[in-house]
Design a protein around this ligand. Structure first.
Ligand code: ADP
Length: 218
């Protein structure tokens, strides 16, 4: 279903979010006080409005009250981010998601009713650290906050076992979508396929399930 999003702040985070939502065929209202930032996303946004988002009237004129979902991606100007969030919550926008700059900013945003607060840089840093410290994971792709695809090494624990023996989907809720053995990549793995240490498994699933799979199955 096509949804409408308002994004305030077209820095690196806001603009990449705008592009991604456009790619997913959603409508985006992009607001920034800097026109050059808006020009860079013109091809991806349904509407662009050059405005200072701390000005309540400007937000009303932009039609933001018709939106169900707004994302405040104002980075460094914490005061502007807080004020804009306050306005959006006053307008009764159902979901107001805000990028926080630090823990203090996060606390204030929680207090004033932001529905979701995130720290893209530190969240990403934590996630990468987590994968880097896992000896088995070779690579990963983040599909969303909850789902990802990992490339992980089969260990001696699974030597000679078939996919059916491991029963991964039932036990862990994740799915092996490809197996790389030496130079051969099998993108349609069968239940009877057996694994050897060193095989590369490409697995899709919920992050918690993938974590459990790595810990318990491999
Ligand atoms: P990032 O780390 O995502 O690149 P930035 O802080 O660099 O974040 O970018 C934030 C964006 O928000 C900038 O494009 C800036 O022009 C915009 N911005 C900052 N304050 C306001 C405001 N009061 N109203 C509208 N846009 C704003």
């Amino acid at each position: 279903m096509r949804k409408q999003f308002a994004i305030i702040g077209m820095g690196r985070f806001g603009s990449s979010m705008c592009k991604e939502l456009h790619r997913m065929n959603h409508e985006v209202l992009a607001i920034d006080k800097d026109e050059t930032k808006l020009n860079a996303v013109k091809a991806y946004a349904t509407h662009t409005v050059t405005a200072d988002a701390t000005d309540e009237q400007v937000l009303i004129d932009a039609g933001i009250r018709n939106f169900d979902h707004a994302i405040v991606a104002i980075g460094e100007d914490i005061q502007a981010s807080i004020l804009c969030t306050l306005h959006l919550k006053d307008f009764d926008i159902n979901q107001v998601w805000v990028k926080a700059q630090n823990d203090y900013h996060h606390k204030v945003l929680d207090k004033i009713g932001a529905d979701r607060v995130f720290h893209p840089e530190s969240d990403m840093g934590q996630r990468i650290a987590e994968y880097l410290t896992s000896e088995k994971v070779i690579d990963y792709i983040d599909l969303s906050d909850e789902y990802s695809i990992i490339e992980t090494l089969a260990t001696p624990k699974v030597k000679g076992k078939s996919l059916a023996d491991l029963d991964i989907r039932a036990r862990f809720g994740c799915t092996i979508i490809a197996i790389k053995q030496k130079n051969k990549v099998d993108v349609t793995p069968h239940p009877e396929d057996t694994l050897n240490p060193g095989d590369l498994l490409v697995v899709i699933g919920h992050k918690n399930d993938l974590r459990r799979f790595q810990k318990e199955a491999l």
